[in-house]
Design a protein around this ligand. Sequence first.
Ligand SMILES: [Zn+2]
Length: 184
Amino acid sequence: MRLGYPGYQGRLDSMRRLKPARYEAVMSGARTFTDADWRCSECGGNDRYTRNLACRGCAVQRPERVFKPVPGVGTIYIPTDEAASENWQQRHLRAQRLQDQAHTLSRLGSIAVGLYALAGGRVLRTGSVVLDTEPLMLAVDSLLSGDPAQARAAMTPLLQQDRDLAVCVRTVAQAVSNLKLNKH
Ligand SMILES: [Zn+2]
């Protein structure tokens, strides 16, 4: 949670009254807390991120769902069928998000590890796309989430694929993090 914005103290006070477990987690600097009054309709878990109340179980499972190592083939990203059921507004938001992500990636400059290189918002291996913008940013966000379980879920399939690929994605994440730090 961002500290020190106007009205922050008021929010803290109401959080202490309405959601004491979240309040205690915020005060102790914990990234997650267990919400006894809530259960995720997707995964049935009740651990949530302190910052935005998102479900931790789902956040950890997301990379596991879409990154699938296929022995001998090397395809590691399988888009979920969520895209098919999205309505227009969701598709629009997704396109907007992709554009923002591609813009962020385009500002990172040249990154290359072994045979892997960042180009045009995607990771290429000797000219072929290995990670498109969306899975790349999913891995980057997982790495920067501060949740070791989420970071591990994203890195494991990349490491299984190729150590250099994992190092490349980690380098991209570091560069995105630096970019965000410099903005403030
Ligand atoms: Zn969930």
